[in-house]
Design a protein around this ligand. Structure first.
Ligand code: SF4
Length: 72
């Protein structure tokens, strides 16, 4: 069985408005920078254990800055 991430998180840095709702869901994965903006690259492979939190953050982000997609 493969342990490769099957989903990835797309983050639109230009859209993030530093609401921090993603960080409230999982502060270890969704780390904010000193100004409150999410500190993630544009695309992050999602470990299986983070997938549910990533989907919750996708739904919670008021700016629609997060998107979970199948890994390419
Ligand atoms: S919830 Fe959305 S707008 Fe707020 S910090 Fe996270 S990605 Fe940025």
């Amino acid at each position: 069985m493969s342990h490769e991430p099957q989903y990835e998180l797309h983050f639109a840095r230009d859209t993030c408005a530093a609401h921090g709702r993603c960080a409230m869901i999982n502060p270890e994965f969704f780390v904010q920078d000193a100004d409150g903006f999410l500190d993630l690259p544009p695309v992050t492979p999602l470990p299986p254990e983070v997938l549910d939190d990533a989907r919750a953050a996708e739904n919670a982000c008021p700016m629609l800055a997060l998107r979970v997609t199948p890994a390419r």
